[in-house]
Design a binder for this molecule. Sequence first.
Ligand code: KG4
Ligand code: ZN
Length: 360
Amino acid sequence: MMKPLLAIETSCDDTCCAVVAGDGRVLASVVSSQTEVHAPYGGIVPELASRHHLMNLPCVVDEALAGAGVAMEQIGAVASTAGPGLLGSLLVGLSYGKAAASALGVPFYAVNHIEAHLHSPWIERPDFKYPVLALVASGGHSHLFFCKSEDERLLVSATRDDAAGEALDKVAKHIGLPYPGGPWIDRLARRGDARAVSLPLPRFTSGELDYSFSGLKVAALHHLNKLGVHLPLDADAEQWPQWAYDLLASFQKRVVDHLLQRVRGAALELHPAGVVMAGGVACNSLLRERLAKLADELGVAHAFPSPKYCADNAAMVGFKALDRYRAAAPSEIGADSFPSSVWQRMSLRHKAQRARREEG
Ligand code: KG4
Ligand code: ZN
C-alpha cells in the first residue's frame, strides 16, 4: 500500500496543509486563514502574508498530521504549490516542502496552483468525464479553460483587468464591507432586487471571449458616488438601506452574467461533456445555481467542489501531485517558485461573435 502524501499551499493568504492517501482520499485538510491580519488594510499585504505563513505553517502541518492520524515518518511524498502567487508566500511553503521531503528521503513534487484548482472537482467526483469547460474564478484569477484530459488544456478566456473576486471585493470595500467582501455580497444580495440598478455587460469589439471586470466595478462605484450618500456605510450591514442591497444584488448578478456568458459561448462551440468550476468565487450561491442551470440547458453534466475545496486549500495540491507520486516520477526538489503562468490559448473569435448574436 502507498504511504500518504503531505501537501502544502501558501500561495496567497491562507496557510494550508493536507494529507492525501495514495487512492485519492483526503485524510485531513487544514486551512489557517489570515483574514484578520489583512482586514485592516482592505486587501492582502504580501510582507505580512509571508511572515504569517512562516509562523503558522509548522502548527498547520502538525494539525493536519494529527487529524489524519499519520506520523511524519509515515509520509511517502511531499507536494507544495510553486506558483503562481505571491513570491514571498510561495517560498515559505516550497522551502518547507523541499526540506521535509529531503529529511524524510521521499520525493518532492511542485504543483501549479491553477492546475490544482482545475483538478479539484475530481476530488469528490473522480469519475467525472472529460472534455470539460473549467472556470477558475478567485480573488486573483478569472480563467476559462477547455480541458481534454487532466493534462491537456487550452485557455479560452482570461481577464484583461480585475479578477471576478477582486471586483467583488473592491465594490464591497467601497460600500463598507470587511475584506474579503465576496461572501458578504453573496449573503446580502439575497435581500436586494437584482433588476434595480442597470449595469453594462462587458463587450469587446475584437469579439474575443475574454473577461473584464473593471468596467463593471467602475459602473457600480459610479452609481454609488452619484447617490451622493456618505460612504462607507456604518458597520452594521444588517441594517443598511434597501438601495445598498439592491446595488449589491445587481452587481453580483452582472458578475455572474458575465462569467456565464463566456461559458455559454465556449460550450456552444466546443461541445464539452461537462462544466466544472473552482476558486473562491465558485462558493458563490448565485453562480452555483445559475451555472448548474446553464449546464442543464446545454445538456451537459456539471461538478462543483464543496466550498472547502473551492477556496484555497492543500487537498487540491496533494491531489494534483498524485499521478506523479503513483507513477514514481522523479523528485522535483530543484523546482523554483514562479509568480505567474503562461497558458496555451485557443482562439474562438468567430464563435464568440455567434454567442453575442444569440444574446441579442
Ligand atoms: O480562491 P480564493 O480563496 O483565493 C484566491 O484569491 O486565490 O478566492 C478568494 C476570493 C475572494 O475574492 C472572495 O471574495 C471570493 O473568493 N469569494 C466569494 C465567495 N467566497 C469567496 N465571492 C463570492 N461569493 C462567495 N460566496
Ligand atoms: Zn486560488
